[in-house]
Design a protein around this ligand. Structure first.
Ligand code: TGC
Ligand code: FAD
Length: 411
């Protein structure tokens, strides 16, 4: 590594000092796929990329090391339009297409998966259900404030004993006149510790799933934080606990019932993750390529060794294939033709190749690859969550299997 020419940002975390490399990221585009994008798409990418370089990269390692969420970025993300960009302007969104949404998630996750998580939960899992299934009053009350970040939300589906199979959820509510009484708990909920509202899925007395908006401050509603994660350390994760919470009936989402409600939201979020995880892969590849060209061993750059070239060539091949897959998925989603199974394939593919690219990139950096000076190890650890949440690698494999064979392996 050429230390003389490198630019550094020093960060003090109690006694630990991390020297982070300046963010020199350059977007890999081996197949000239920019030609498939509109000028607006490219402008969005440049804008979010510049924001990440200026506001995320210099601080994110410190937050990951100290396991804190950088709350100060919420306003910037809102100002950029990263919260629910597909929501119409009438409700505070930007009315953008799904490729724009994908590009935003790609660029944010290029910075850190936890930052993308915060944005995609807010957009796809909180604003989307309110927009898609909410009443006009609910849309006007919540969406404009969620779009700016004035209100932050979280999404409660997973429970301690019901992760991959949410249909068995135990959270439930009983009719009590003008309100319902909600009991139960949710686990592994992104943004829970600081969220102002939660979109919660629970069963009525007939066992039918409904969504409702639970507000912080309602008596009996608590959000304890989950500690000790080795992944998504810059994202706040917690539980949602409901102990006889009185939720006004006007907070129930009126226009959906059954598991397809939350699963429809997951289709929007999984679309964003397909783009986001690919952002991690592109960042790892870009870092490893630059390092390999500069690092001298045996009197030559390690990029000159055939084994290093094999790693880099395979990475850019997988990245390019995934860029094409995501772009095509975006076109289908814009036409309202992307099926849930197609979205599953892209989510699973991006997480899978991103993990492989991160591991190979870390090898290329040798010992430096395990430090916080570079983003690779942080991406690799984050991706262990990304490959798990929103449906695990194997659940998405089985969704594809069911789609192509017509046989359900879950039941
Ligand atoms: P199944 O009988 O197949 O389906 C029930 C109803 O839902 C419909 N459906 C979908 N609709 C829209 N989008 C999808 N992706 C859909 N998948 C299914 C389906 O057509 C049916 O409709 P209807 O009209 O016939 O009632 O349901 P199942 O109980 O057999 O479950 C199928 C399975 C296993 C695929 C599903 O449960 C699943 O996807 N499990 C994975 C769970 C999961 O992904 N949890 C994510 C929690 S949220 C999260 O992780 C946020 S992380 C956020 C972050 O930080 O970024
Ligand atoms: P399990 O369902 O217990 O699965 C364990 C293993 O069994 C997995 O490998 C799985 O693939 C395998 N398995 C299960 N069923 C089958 C089968 N039929 N065939 C083959 N293999 C199977 N949830 C929310 O609702 N909101 C959130 O905001 C949210 N944020 C999260 C943030 C983080 C950091 C994490 C880690 C999780 C988050 N989740 C959230 C939960 C996430 O969606 C679940 O962890 C995920 O769906 C898997 O559920 P589980 O952890 O209970 O694993």
């Amino acid at each position: 590594m050429n230390l003389k020419n490198a630019t550094f940002a020093a960060i003090n975390i109690s006694t630990l000092t991390i020297i982070m490399q300046k963010d020199l990221y350059q977007h890999p585009d081996y197949y000239l796929l920019d030609e498939l994008l509109t000028d607006e798409h490219k402008l969005i990418r440049e804008t979010v990329q510049a924001y990440v370089k200026k506001e995320i990269s210099p601080i994110i390692e410190e937050h990951a090391q100290s396991a804190t969420f950088p709350k100060q970025i919420i306003k910037g993300l809102g100002d950029l339009g990263c919260f629910g960009p597909f929501v119409p302007q009438k409700y505070g969104g930007a009315g953008l297409d799904y490729i724009s949404y994908g590009i935003m998630m790609q660029e944010l996750e290029r910075g850190d998966s936890g930052v993308r998580s915060t944005a995609s939960v807010q957009g796809s899992l909180v604003m989307f259900p309110i927009y898609k299934f909410g009443s006009e009053e609910q849309k006007m009350k919540y969406l404009p404030k969620l779009a700016t970040g004035e209100l932050m939300g979280c999404f409660g589906l997973t429970e301690p004993n019901h992760g991959s199979d949410p249909s068995g959820m135990l959270s439930n509510f009983k009719d009590a006149g003008d309100h319902v009484v909600l009991n139960g708990s949710k686990m592994w909920i992104s943004n829970a510790p600081f969220a102002d509202i939660a979109v919660v899925w629970a069963k009525d007395e007939a066992g039918v799933i409904h969504g409702m908006i639970v507000e912080r401050g309602m008596e009996g509603f608590t959000t304890p934080e989950t500690h000790g994660k080795w992944s998504l350390r810059a994202s706040a994760t917690g539980e949602l606990v409901f102990d006889n919470v009185k939720v006004p009936k006007e907070n129930i989402l009126p226009n959906v019932s059954g598991l397809k409600g939350p699963l429809t939201c997951l289709s929007s979020a999984r679309f964003g993750i397909a783009w986001g995880a690919l952002g991690c892969a592109m960042d790892c590849y870009d870092t490893a390529l630059r390092y390999a060209q500069q690092r001298i061993q045996f009197d030559r750059p390690i990029a000159g060794f055939q084994l290093t070239q094999k790693k880099l060539a395979e990475m850019i091949t997988e990245i390019t294939k995934s860029q094409l897959l995501n772009w095509r998925l975006g076109v289908l989603r814009n036409d309202d033709r992307a099926t849930p199974a197609q979205i599953s394939m892209a989510k699973r593919n991006s997480c899978d190749i991103a993990l492989k690219v991160a591991r190979e990139s870390r090898q290329i950096l040798g010992g430096m690859g395990i430090t916080g000076e570079y983003s690779i190890m942080r991406h690799m650890m984050n991706l262990e969550s990304v490959v798990t949440y929103e449906g695990t690698h194997d659940i998405h494999l089985l969704i594809t299997g069911m789609d192509i064979t017509g046989i359900n392996a879950f039941k």
